[in-house]
Design a protein around this ligand. Structure first.
Ligand code: GCW
Length: 674
């Protein structure tokens, strides 16, 4: 399936025909040297296959693999534990006669092969090259919310590439191409089914599905990616009619132990389980009066013998609250549930924590569990799929937002206790840590809902590998690998990507308030859609002001979950970062912001500006017609039309809402519908 019958968009950043070269421009010959015993390793085979494909498509050069070191110029691959490189790391050294990629592990060679391809594609001179690359995060994970019927919860890019009609797809071609894309940015773990585990998916851990899942696991394994499964906490009841799923019940514990034993027989390299429990109507340990530590540890005990991990999500909150009840604050839930359990989890349990305390809004503060939990393995969870950020119809490059998260200083061990240092394991020395992302791909031709959304997947992988990269570096890399090196293309696309998050925020929901979307599908404006709902997501707009008072003094006390000095910073309306003002405070419409504008005028202004920005993207994009792949151009062009129409809808609905609440006009007299 790597052939030419696929459109250029299908290949994403692995389009090897882009800027095709002639073979004479390649100075390290047409031989790849690799010791014979290494050739038996699947991952090494993948690295070689990839290099061969690249040289064939890019240089028209067919590469031979040799097991005796050649005298003439060649590429050499070498694995030895003596290089002293960590798992996945590699060095690439260009000498007179050979271009050597060496590593301590096979995965390192695979990443090195992709590294070389990227260097050449980005037109970085190979001669004199000396690179050392190592992944900063141990676990670099993708989560799928795919269901066995082929649908994808919050998927905006077609159907699942894994399932159809409650069966596993037979043809592994596309799955292999997906593994290539993921491995090329360093992803090493994947969970292939939705955390909401329904009827059929509960059976994934039985013989009905296991053999087929093993085939998928194999494909990923040869690209250095470990497969995980989401499991149903109530599986002992659903599958074997046990009386309960109580984690302290010996019968239940034994059931999981036996089940794990069987699973690992069929899939020896399984990474482990991902679990959503006691959240959004999923079963969990609370039913039996047990803690999440007791629930997670039971599963961890079952998989321990096989080196398995249990990734346990902290997205636990009550979704049946009464909007009249002002004492419950959903933002507090994750911390309130988990903070006292710090230190009680087995060492093969990892807590997976969403970046914000609510749910992937365009702007949220950071989850205070980061910095709060010290003696617990942690994974940071991002959402790549853009549920609340334009659903891949809108361009919204999330890397700048993820960077803010990673760079956030928790002060857990004094200044410079950043989230990226917690999830890398460096700050607290936790062993199993990293980053996970809810992915944005499906079976659409370009994998995502809009070919620009691929930048988010690319950027996610790159940040997992190296959170110190800047948003601009990542955007530039993706553009040159996907669209080529034309200066104008790079300038235009980079500018759109790097400003798109702020633009989206501007025409949708201001100052950290979030939500205001249509109920259920979460697309498009509905200011009071969730205002009187049981989901705990309110903005409390009245005729005087808007926002949630989460202070210690007069509000829900959520602010207390942060460590100083963040706590005081957020508590005080004067020092609270303005972009989060309405997340932390209920603010009067005539409150004066730092630049002298009133809150209301700010809301009006950014909504007009946001629409203008989208309009400017559209113009800039049109100027690229003819300079980039036509399918890519057309798809983004269509997307921008939708984005502009939607941005206007957001602007008018939001502005009219606040005009009607307040009766106060726009100081610049622009059109606000009455
Ligand atoms: O963002 C919300 C989504 C749900 C999702 C849930 C979660 C998989 O609206 O669709 O369920 O979060 O993260 O578990």
């Amino acid at each position: 399936m790597n052939g030419n019958e696929k459109s250029k968009m299908y290949h994403c950043w692995l389009d090897y025909q882009l800027h095709k070269k002639q073979s004479k421009e390649w100075i390290y010959g047409n031989q790849i040297y690799c010791a014979e015993d290494l050739l038996k390793e699947g991952v090494i085979q993948s690295a070689i296959d990839e290099l061969k494909l690249f040289f064939l498509q890019h240089f028209d050069l067919s590469m031979d693999v040799v097991t005796k070191r050649p005298v003439q110029a060649h590429i050499a691959l070498d694995v030895a534990e003596t290089y002293g490189l960590k798992e996945g790391a590699y060095e690439m050294v260009a000498e007179d006669n050979q271009l050597l990629i060496h590593a301590d592990s096979c995965n390192g060679i695979l990443y090195g092969a992709f590294g070389l391809i990227q260097v050449i594609k980005r037109q970085i001179p190979v001669q004199g090259l000396k690179i050392k690359e190592e992944p900063i995060n141990k676990i670099r994970m993708i989560n799928h919310w795919d269901n066995s019927d082929g649908s994808i919860e919050r998927g905006y890019a077609g159907k699942s590439i894994f399932y159809h009609n409650n069966e596993i797809i037979q043809d592994m071609g596309r799955i292999k191409d997906y593994a290539r894309l993921l491995a090329s940015v360093g992803i090493n773990s994947i969970c292939i089914n939705n955390v909401n585990v329904h009827h059929y998916e509960t059976q994934f851990i039985t013989d009905i599905y296991l053999k087929d899942i093993a085939r998928i696991a194999k494909v990923f394994e040869t690209y250095g990616i470990r497969l995980f499964l989401s499991v149903n906490f109530a599986a002992p009841i659903s599958l074997d009619h046990l009386e309960n799923a109580d984690p302290l019940n010996t019968e239940v514990r034994e059931w999981w132990r036996k089940t794990a034993e069987h699973i690992y027989k069929v899939i020896p390299n399984l990474g482990g389980f991902l679990v959503k429990a006691d959240s959004e109507n999923r079963p969990g340990p609370f039913t039996y009066g047990r803690t999440h530590a007791e629930g997670a540890n039971m599963l961890a005990d079952a998989v321990r013998a096989y080196g398995g991990l249990v990734i346990w999500r902290c997205f636990v909150y009550n979704c049946h609250v009464d909007w009249r009840d002002r004492t419950t604050d959903r933002a507090r839930a994750a911390y309130d549930h988990f903070i006292d359990l710090d230190g009680q989890f087995n060492d093969n349990v990892i807590l997976q924590i969403k970046n914000g305390p609510m749910d992937f809004q365009i702007r949220e503060p950071l989850s205070p569990l980061f910095g709060g939990l010290k003696n617990t393995n942690q994974i940071l969870e991002f959402q790549i799929t853009q549920e609340y950020t334009g659903q891949q119809k809108h361009i919204c490059f999330l890397v700048p937002m993820w960077k803010e998260c990673l760079d956030f200083d928790t002060y857990a061990k004094g200044e410079n206790s950043r989230i990226k240092d917690i999830v890398s394991g460096n700050l607290f020395g936790n062993k199993e840590t990293g980053i996970a992302g809810v992915v944005n791909i499906g079976d659409s031709e370009c994998w995502s809902g809009n070919p620009m959304a691929a930048a988010n997947l690319y950027g996610f992988g790159r940040l997992c590998w190296n959170p110190h990269l800047s948003s601009k570096e990542i955007a530039d890399e993706w553009i040159s690998l996907t669209l080529g090196s034309d200066k104008k293309v790079r300038e235009v696309v980079s500018k759109i990507l790097l400003t798109s998050r702020k633009t989206y925020e501007d025409y949708t929901v201001p100052l950290g308030i979030g939500w205001m979307v249509n109920v259920g599908h979460h697309y498009g404006p509905n200011i009071e859609g969730y205002e009187y709902s049981p989901w705990g997501t309110y903005h409390y707009a009245d005729y005087k002001g808007i926002g949630v008072d989460r202070t210690m003094e007069t509000g829900t006390g959520y602010v207390r979950q942060y460590l100083e000095p963040n706590r005081s910073l957020y508590e005080n309306i004067k020092t609270c970062p303005e972009e989060l003002l309405l997340f932390f405070h209920h603010v009067a419409y005539d409150y004066e912001l730092k630049d002298g504008r009133t809150l209301l005028q700010y809301i009006y202004d950014v909504h007009f500006e946001g629409v203008e920005q989208v309009s400017s993207y559209q113009k800039a994009w049109k100027s690229l017609n003819g300079s980039i792949d036509q399918d890519f151009y057309n798809a983004v062009n269509e997307g921008l039309e939708i984005q502009l129409k939607d941005a206007k809808e957001w602007r008018d609905v939001v502005n009219t809402y606040f005009y009607r609440k307040t009766g106060i006009r726009d100081s610049k007299n622009r059109k606000i519908y009455e």
